[in-house]
Design a protein around this ligand. Structure first.
Ligand code: GLV
Ligand code: MN
Ligand code: MN
Length: 415
């Protein structure tokens, strides 16, 4: 990996990342920032303050997507976008999403300090709820921007306490009509998202940067199992309809289906298992599973979902447990734009950084921005490939390389 002396501004960026991380619903170093929570609103205020201080004009849409614009000399031209998200799953670290937001801001400030004047405006975008924690669906803000989730579908979303998205976003201060969130194709000229890799390859191979060519296709299926509860002592084993033992079979069935494609790119996870009533001496009568299945090949991913549905039918009839499935989302993969990738490559060479083309197995707001604009992503390494954990780490040097190449590329695209 090429080593460069971090530019002076990296200290400011790392300080800001740490300050943002301290705005959390959990004790440091754990970052938890669920959309529309107090921590999310405080974090938004902090980032908007930094954008104001950089002279960017800030506005928000009705779902809370935030746009901080550095006006170009031809303000009528569609802007170049960059950015990511600042919400964080429970028990997260401080780099996921935030490197793309604060790194994007730093890239803009570096260009300002160099005296560069963009022809196209450059817009930093902070997307609402990239993480699915609260409403069960990932990339809420960008999904609505691309009109993949319609206002009507958004209005039907609730969190697990049963509170409606509509009520929560208004309480958070986002009041306009949801119909105004969708943007037409062409509103952004091009979009680049800087992000940590969330995988081990760049670090293992000693490479500075990943140029993302494709983003894998994510899907999520909710499974509700209804059995029969009762006394854990009094009710004997024959004839039980335990919803949790039925769910256990489905968890293993998903693992088997994902492994059986033989492709390293197929992954299946059950990240949520809610058990009712959740008492040690009570047979589980109701279970909710939230499953996540991904692949770079959308058809192969869909075959895994089909196997899971078949397992649901089989387990339901054998165990006498009612099982219903709801496909929460099944999105196609995205292909990154060749011209942006070429610009990133040119900037990486000029900055003397090593790079490799790679696939993103995580999803990102760019998956949905790709529906309305040419996009590309720039990855920086993260230690051990660890992400979605408090020990997530990217070194200042790695982040500095990403910001450096992002700023050069923004300058080229906005000229
Ligand atoms: C994004 O956070 C993902 O789960 O890929
Ligand atoms: Mn994430
Ligand atoms: Mn992310």
């Amino acid at each position: 990996m090429t080593t460069t002396r971090p530019a002076l501004t990296i200290d400011r960026l790392i300080d800001e990342l740490k300050t943002l991380a301290a705005i959390s619903e959990a004790e440091p170093p754990v970052v938890t920032r669920v959309v529309y929570s107090k921590a999310d609103l405080r974090a938004r205020a902090y980032v908007k303050g930094l954008c104001d201080a950089a002279g960017l004009s800030v506005c928000e849409d009705a779902i809370g997507n935030t746009f901080a614009r550095w006006q170009g000399s031809e303000p009528d031209l569609a802007p170049i976008g960059t950015g990511s998200h600042i919400d964080a799953i429970p028990n997260a670290g401080l780099y996921d999403g935030c490197v793309g937001v604060l790194g994007g801001l730093e890239a803009i400030r570096v260009l300002q300090q160099l005296g560069y004047k963009p022809r196209r405006s450059i817009a930093l975008v902070i997307f609402t709820a990239e993480e699915p924690t609260r409403f069960g669906i990932g990339c809420l803000g960008s999904r609505m921007m691309a009109n993949v989730l319609t206002p009507e579908q958004a209005r039907s979303l609730r969190d697990k306490e049963g509170r409606e998205l509509e009520e929560l976003r208004v309480a958070a201060g986002f009041k306009g009509p949801l119909e105004s969130v969708a943007l037409p194709e062409g509103r952004f000229h091009q979009f680049i998202e800087l992000h940590i890799e969330q995988g081990p390859l760049l670090e293992q191979e000693g490479i500075d940067l990943g140029l993302v060519t494709h983003i894998a296709a994510p899907a999520s299926m909710r499974i509700i199992l209804e059995g029969e509860g009762g006394h854990a002592g009094g009710r004997l084993m024959p004839g039980r309809k335990d919803a949790l033992t039925a769910a256990a079979e489905l968890i293993l069935a998903l693992e088997k289906a994902a492994r059986s494609t033989g492709a390293i790119d197929t992954v299946g996870t059950v990240g949520v298992c809610d058990v009712f009533p959740g008492a040690v001496n009570s047979i589980p009568s109701r279970v909710r599973l939230e499953t996540d299945v991904r692949d770079i090949d959308g058809a192969r991913r869909d075959r895994v979902l089909d196997s899971l549905r078949a397992a649901c039918d089989e387990v339901a009839s054998r165990r006498g447990v009612a099982i219903t499935t709801e496909l929460v989302n099944a999105d196609p993969p995205a292909t990154c734009d060749r011209a942006i990738l070429e610009a990133l490559e040119k900037s990486a060479v000029a900055a003397d950084k090593t790079f490799k083309k790679m696939v993103s197995r995580a999803y990102h707001d760019s998956l949905f921005m790709a529906r309305i604009a040419p996009v590309a992503m720039l990855f920086v390494p993260c230690r051990g490939g660890v992400s979605h954990r408090p020990d997530e780490y990217a070194s200042p040097e790695w982040i500095c390389a990403g910001v450096h190449v992002l700023s050069r590329t923004l300058a080229e695209l906005a000229s």
